[in-house]
Design a protein around this ligand. Sequence first.
Ligand code: HXC
Length: 519
Amino acid sequence: MNELNTEARLHDLEKRNELAMQGGGINRLSKHKQGGRLTARERLDVLLDPGSFVEMDRFVTHRCVNFGLHDQRVPGDGVVTGYGRVNGKLVYVYSQDFTVIGGSMSRTQANKICKVMDLAAKSGAPIIGLNDSGGARIQEGVESLGGYADIFTRNVMNSGVVPQITGIMGPCAGGAVYSPSITDFVFMVKNSSYMFVTGPDVIKTVTHEEVTKEQLGGADTHSQKSGVAHFCCNEDKHLLLLIRELLGFLPSNNLDDPPVLPTTDRPDRLCESLNKLIPDNPKKPYDMSTVITEVVDEHYFLEVHKHWAQNIIVGFARLNGRPIGVVANQPQVLAGCLNIEASRKAARFLRFCDSFNVPIVSFVDVPGFLPGTDQEWSGIITHGAKLLYAYAEATVPKLTVITRKAYGGAYIVMGSKLLRSDVNLAYPTAEIAVMGAEGAVNIIFREEIAKSKDPAAERTRLTKEYEAKFSNPYISAELGYTDEVIEPALTRKRLIDGIEMLKNKRETNPPKKHGNIPL
Ligand code: HXC
């Protein structure tokens, strides 16, 4: 009798599991998969090491009876939650299922997500959310807003404690976009994922503006215009594999060190090509990403925010197996000037690295902050100060290489010794000065030039004189602001020497509730 009972119970469990696997039903699932999108469960299969996923709360259902919802109770309530492994390391996950009431956020869905967020914080492991949701479940009203608020609170509490990563996998509207924007990295898929606070229909009603959802909040828009998305991917699978790659650079939590990987790239490898990279003409651009890829292990650089604020480059790489965060001016775009977007991009990246013990390596070629009314009226003072704040506040090892221009405030900001940086190197082509020679001469010799019989010739003569005196790295080296002027070929070796030397660096900021970064 008992045996039969057990069998019946096992059969019942199997049926319940099958029902849960079907999400919003076979028809909705097959419609969802049109266009190459994966289902919520398939996404977890790609993201996690094979066979490592353990699901929690599979049978949770919502409790709402409004507007016919009592007939739409699906086990799991539109989100698959649990834990698994990425390259053997523990991660917590949630994956929203758009086929169940549009993946919308119910009170019970929020409870499921909060449960794994709490476990992630307690066990010190990253949390990865795969969002595919129409926002707050409208039928539940304010209760679903309470659910969102609980998630947002946990996002904030977990910020800087465990890495938080979001994949935007479908149309995400309303509340579905705020949690991602608090997380550390947002990934989007071209032509199938969207983020907006209010959709095109509402916009048309309120402002009479006509805009497609692609233009308003597609992957291109957010990875090129707004900077809301850090990575823009071609399809679901690409996105999920890229999250795995990113995790390879990160520690599990703020008390861990980033994972060191063995490398066959010799630490003393010379970078001969760098000896010829910097053009003789200081106005001529060159590609700073060549410097980065030449120097780092196996020439591998994972660029973050590749398509936004391209006058600054940020991303992850390794030196002698140790993960580093790279921040570099790009002379090919806006001559490498710092503007509002570049300052915001680099400041946020720096703060991530500092939160998670990733040393910062900066490559500097910066003529200054971008001048103009547009920048001033949009608050370059406040936004530029974010970058200054982030560099000065960071206590991780900070190493800086000045390749060419390092002028004025931008010199101070970009990881200079003056902001507690640990190692400052300069190429012989470096120009570390208060400003460019031409600008300086126009100001300090204005009268002499005006009085001269041949103002143009006089300006040229004085500019050359100024260049000879100040446009070099040696004045800063004499002051100890530059530790060493190096042959560019030695860049990799010297940076690795520095990283190894600083391996046990300990520096703390004064105790305080928190600083007041100029937001
Ligand atoms: C309940 C929802 C829903 C929602 C979608 N659905 N969003 N149900 N609450 N928020 C349901 C739809 O009714 C539909 O059910 C199914 O999910 C699929 O949706 P479709 O509209 O058919 O899909 P699609 O054409 O792809 O459009 C996706 C969408 C659209 C762009 C996301 O559904 C949409 O605009 N939804 C509402 C978005 C929104 O305004 N959300 C804000 C909520 S308020 P059936 O049964 O017909 O298949 C909010 C405030 C939180 O989030 C603020 C916190 C700070």
